[in-house]
Design a protein around this ligand. Structure first.
Ligand SMILES: NC(=O)c1ccc[n+]([C@@H]2O[C@H](COP(=O)([O-])OP(=O)(O)OC[C@H]3O[C@@H](n4cnc5c(N)ncnc54)[C@H](O)[C@@H]3O)[C@@H](O)[C@H]2O)c1
Length: 301
């Protein structure tokens, strides 16, 4: 396996492209937005520079990695007869994903394995949109991809043993640790993580404590490296909301109902780091964690 296509060049797609390219794969990175592709290449360059400065890789490794990535704005141009694997990391929206999988199924040669990095959408449903459900699988990378070791490998109802074993081996060749899980809403990671994040937002919404206080309790009390509200900003509040909706619909259990505050923030376009504001506000270049003005304690007059 040498030639892979990564679809979507946002937060996850650029990290997935970076990682495959660093381990010698030829990567065709596709996005409908040229702007997103330009940003992705800039991010990959910056992340590689950081790795060089920490002596984790050499300048030559950096240049080889960048040379292994080509960018495209259409699937037709990116997919070739030698495409072995497609990893889809487009927006977390079921209609977008089903449309993409129908298209790649018709464009890819028979041997190509089709993987999705979806955080929560059913791999079985995605597979059923293709004529090769046995070759459709979940490869759920964690953010930031070049750093995080885990990949949840999700078997759809029809995914074959052969394809699963193959993807487990490919994941190991990226110096990552694959964990095989079955296809139920949220898989393992988000079935546990998202209710915790939602509960942190409900805690804020109910006025039990402020943003800093909630995150500090979880960081210092539970030894989490990042508080749940900061983590939600980092993941993207729109992504968190759509995963909660999938859990809520999939299990039909009210315990997964998204907090109204989360819904409001997404409607207002406060999506976390990527929009510059969420539970915290993010000024370009600043590393300080500043609580967003909506959540700062008001001065008493
Ligand atoms: N953000 C996270 O922490 C995280 C973690 C694990 C998995 N995921 C999953 O990864 C996927 C991508 O998430 P993200 O956070 O990178 O999203 P993002 O919004 O940062 O990026 C999505 C990209 O997909 C592009 N896109 C949309 N439709 C497309 C199409 N038809 N063809 C090509 N490109 C298209 C958009 O232009 C955008 O650049 C989602 O399925 C998400 O659930 C996200």
């Amino acid at each position: 396996m040498k030639h892979i296509v990564v679809i979507g060049s946002g937060t996850m797609g650029n990290g997935i492209a970076h990682t495959f390219a660093q381990y010698g794969f030829n990567v065709a990175l596709v996005d409908i937005s040229q702007d997103a592709l330009n940003k992705a290449l800039a991010t990959i360059g910056k992340n590689l520079d950081r790795m060089v400065s920490k002596a984790a890789i050499t300048e030559l490794d950096k240049n080889n990695t960048l040379n292994n990535i080509k960018t495209f704005t259409t699937l037709k141009d990116a997919i070739a007869n030698n495409t072995d694997l497609v990893v889809e990391a487009a927006s977390e929206n079921v209609d977008i994903k089903l449309k993409i999988f129908k298209e790649i199924d018709s464009l890819c040669p028979e041997h190509t394995i089709l993987a999705s990095n979806t955080s929560s959408i059913s791999i079985t449903k995605i597979g059923a949109a293709t004529k090769r459900p046995n070759k459709v699988i979940g490869m759920h990378f964690m953010n930031p991809v070049p750093v995080m070791k885990l990949v949840e490998v999700i078997r759809g109802y029809s995914t074959s043993d052969e394809v699963t074993n193959f993807i487990m081996r490919v994941t190991k060749s990226l110096n990552k640790i694959p964990v095989e899980v079955n296809d139920y809403p949220g898989f393992v990671a988000n079935k546990i993580l998202m209710p915790m994040i939602n509960e942190a937002i409900i805690t804020l919404y109910e006025g039990v404590a402020g943003v800093n206080e909630i995150d500090t309790v979880m960081k210092l009390g539970m030894a989490h490296p990042m508080g749940p509200l900061q983590l939600a900003d980092f993941i993207g509040l729109d992504v968190c909301l759509s995963i909660l909706n999938v859990l809520h619909d999939g299990f039909g259990n009210p315990k997964y109902a998204p907090c109204p505050l989360l819904v409001n923030m997404v409607n207002a376009g406060h999506l976390g780091v990527k929009s510059g504001s969420g539970f915290y506000s993010y000024t370009h270049g600043s590393k300080d964690l500043v609580v967003a003005s909506q959540f700062r304690k008001k001065e008493l007059v």
